[in-house]
Design a protein around this ligand. Structure first.
Ligand code: PLP
Length: 455
């Protein structure tokens, strides 16, 4: 298994050839094969057993049955949830990272890789206006980053003094991401949910909620969302930062989806106040064109995170012996980690930041054009002007089943993937743009297919 013999050579040729072909797809098709569990089971049956199989046979099963049963999130036709659009350079470098077995825990083991990752974190911190000492690490996703950051926020509140049996709370907007609710539950915290006008959490609303709250002392932090996932709404970061400062609360900004807008001049002003974040999350595997899975987690004072997350094990003492060395394990709830920031570092270095800004702006521009297209059709209604790259709209008269049928047909015909969402209790249609190659003609085709009274 570990030597380079004839079988290894055969695998290098066939697996790399497959990877090359996948990389060369331009554009990537949606790929909708059978998702039927029985068919999948039949295709792979007998492969896992005491004896091995010819690698080309196994690869053939993957290529012919398993891979087509995956909807390609990086297709420009993938317009649901939050799509992916990894740069080819980043995908290529991810393969290199996989082959290099880099243990990204500590400076001792991986100084070179961590140094490059930290340069990317610095670039993001500078865009946000975070202080010179800001730093953190890359984790698997926004959910892991939110959990790691909120664990630090809770600990800081605790250290200021807790009543016996104290439960801590976080002030959150009504449109905060689902991972925040999960995080609070895991940390045994409660939410003070503050609805905002038009789904936007503002400083005045947070201030009023705290003023009228019976137990403001139990608040540990404010969670702001910089780009809600469902609608792309950026909370009033400056106002919320001011309330957090005034009350001595931690200020967390979840920009897993929308944080990339910091690189888009046309919307940068909407992020004013983000420079006051105590912790900030952005997912490069969303709108910064990195492969799965990659989230950047930054703290304005990383020493606080270190005091919470450093793992104390005798066999690890050696990684903490030299002060000033950066150990990514100390900034989240993980130990072993892949150097998942490296593909982004490579691609940013190859293409330059300007290319990233332009690619992000393309998604924003397409959202604005799509909104125009919707407004120009008398059978459709735009729900709100898009702020980032998500567009919500409805077909008046349609029931939830109509949206589902329309979406299923779009997928069956390999036109697009955009499952409906819920907005204020109503099933509606939603575009999430992110791939710079999604053409306006595709948007028109999708909208044209809604003209019928019943889907
Ligand atoms: C996607 C998203 C998350 C979760 O990120 P994962 O990388 O999927 O774990 C958290 N917050 C927001 C605002 C998101 O859009």
């Amino acid at each position: 298994m570990h030597s380079v013999d004839a079988t290894t050579e055969q695998m290098i040729r066939s697996v790399l050839a497959y990877a090359e072909n996948r990389l060369r797809l331009d554009p990537v098709p949606l790929d909708k094969g059978s998702h039927d569990p029985a068919e999948l089971d039949f295709a792979v049956s007998g492969l896992l057993g005491e004896d091995g199989h010819d690698p080309d046979l196994v690869l053939g099963v993957y290529a012919s049955v398993l891979a087509p049963a995956v909807i390609s999130a990086d297709s420009p036709r993938f317009l649901g949830f939050i799509p992916a659009a990894p740069a080819k350079a980043a995908l290529l470098f991810d393969m290199l990272v996989s082959c290099a077995s880099i243990q990204g825990i500590s400076w001792l083991e991986a100084a070179g890789a961590i140094h490059a990752e930290n340069q990317v974190l610095r670039l993001i911190a500078d865009r946000a206006g975070l202080p010179a000492q800001a730093g953190g690490c890359f984790v698997s996703g926004g959910s892991a980053a939110n959990l790691s950051a909120l664990a630090v926020a809770r600990e800081m509140a605790k250290r200021r003094g807790a009543r016996p049996g104290q439960r801590w709370r976080a002030l959150v907007g009504s449109d905060a991401h689902a991972s925040i609710a999960n995080t609070l539950r895991l940390l045994e915290m409660d939410a003070l949910v503050v609805p905002g006008a038009d789904h936007r959490l503002t400083g005045p609303a947070a201030h009023a909620a705290i003023e009228s709250d019976g137990d403001p002392g139990s608040l540990a932090l404010i969670v702001a969302t910089a780009g809600t996932t469902n609608a792309g709404i950026i909370d009033d970061l400056a106002g919320l930062a001011a309330v957090a400062r005034e009350r001595g609360l931690w200020f967390h900004v979840d920009g897993a989806y929308g944080g990339a807008g910091l690189f888009a001049p046309s919307v940068r002003a909407a992020y004013a106040g983000i420079e006051h974040a105590d912790s900030f999350v952005v997912d490069p595997h969303k709108w910064l064109f990195a492969p799965f899975d990659c989230a950047a987690l930054l703290y304005s004072d990383p020493a606080l995170a270190r005091s919470v997350h450093t793992q104390d094990a005798a066999y690890l003492d050696v990684i903490h012996e030299r002060p000033g060395e950066w150990n990514p394990t100390d900034y989240a709830f993980h130990l072993t980690r892949r150097a998942r920031g490296l593909p982004l570092w490579f691609s940013l270095s190859v293409h330059g930041v300007r290319a990233y800004s332009e690619a992000i702006e393309a998604g924003i521009a397409l959202a604005r054009q799509a909104a125009q297209e919707i407004k120009s059709r008398d059978y459709l209604e735009l729900i709100r002007e898009p702020e980032l790259s998500v567009v919500l709209f409805r077909r008046p008269g349609w029931q939830p089943g109509d949206y589902s049928r329309w979406a299923s047909r779009l997928l069956d015909d390999q036109v697009a993937f955009l499952p409906p969402t819920i907005w204020e209790g109503e099933t509606v249609a939603r575009f999430a743009f992110l791939h710079p190659q999604t053409p306006l003609e595709l948007v028109r085709e999708i909208l044209d297919r809604m003209v019928a009274d019943r889907a």
